[in-house]
Design a protein around this ligand. Sequence first.
Ligand code: PLP
Length: 421
Amino acid sequence: MNGIPAVHDAALPGHPGAVDWERVRADFPLLMREVHGHPLVYLDNANTSQKPLPVVASQDEFYRRHNANVSRAVHALGTEATEAYEASRARLARFLNVRADEVVLCSGTTFAINLVAYSWALPRLKEGDTILVSRMEHHANIVPWQLVAQRTGAKIKVAEILPDGSLDLDGLHRAMTPDVKLLAVAHVSNVLGTVNPVREICREARRRGIVTVVDGSQAAPHLKLDVAAIGCDFYAVTGHKMCGPTGTGALWARREHLESMPPFIGGGEMIKEVSFDGTVFNDPPHKFEAGTPNIAGFVGLGVAIDYLDAIGMDAIAAREAELLAHATEALQAIPGLRIFGTAPGKAAVISFLVEGAHAHDLATLLDLEGVAVRSGQHCAHPLLQYYGVAATLRASLAFYNTHEEIDRFVAALEKTRRLLA
Ligand code: PLP
């Protein structure tokens, strides 16, 4: 579509070492602001990422020049908007390495998982069936299954973790009993940073006829993805954690599932023909996209994916691993600091507590120093129950963070810890 900003060219694709990270950072205007008189240190990226200039500009450009509804109008603007929207679907499909006609665009992972719950699971599951979920799931990958269980009589079974925050894979395999019809698991934990071996997990599940739902919310922004190779049945992503606008995301599903699933939400766009005798639904994925979508948002998501790819997901993963190593080492030097989640190869998320200080108090004081970290339960109550803690602090890093920011965060933490001691 005309006017979508050109992709960022800071990186030489395939040459991670060549990325000019300072130049990349300069694309994120929000990172330049001050908070409470201090330069902002934004370490809440697992909550939502910041947006680079091309994404910000794409919103302005879309509303200035191309705004129209999709799939309805034959006029030029309608065609431009529809093409841009569909181009973003294709772009996301390439990013995930899946077919575009298997990608349902929706508001985010929460919607995507609910779509599977209501459209795939609800009509199929019954008493005697079991839904297996891991201990480390975000509520978005627990509560929809509880709602299905309540309405179908199916049971929920929990696959436990090991103290380092990795999944107990032997236990998981043992838990895949014949009554298990569906397994819901995160690719990357939003609290622990654990990267689960989803390929192996899905292979084992598939051998037993178990349908798999992988929550890719925290994987898509940080790892090079190949959803086809993972071999799952459903994969959910959320755009606002991938440098895209809020209210964007997608569910990838095998075509055979999309064909057999009834629509979740009814309305315009998802039909071929409507009369008072009945409705002929559109083909998937449109069958699941009733109503006017977040068109500008998806245009922005397409630009965000271009941006991530221009840097290179391998370069992003390598950069974040380096930042994680630095932050972990510096935090470990703080007396009384305990990190939750130390699984090998983890993503750049550090949940921690400092002896004698409440997580919310520390987060509030850190904010006064300009440091944004999250405190609380991170939408993962069952996981915190496992560790027997009411809350943790969470510093989550992104490729645009710097070593200097990590040093400022750790220094601010030292200062606030002493204040509370
Ligand atoms: N799953 C995980 C692992 C997450 O971290 C989040 C967001 O924090 C979600 C699901 C929910 O994503 P959204 O609120 O964008 O639907």
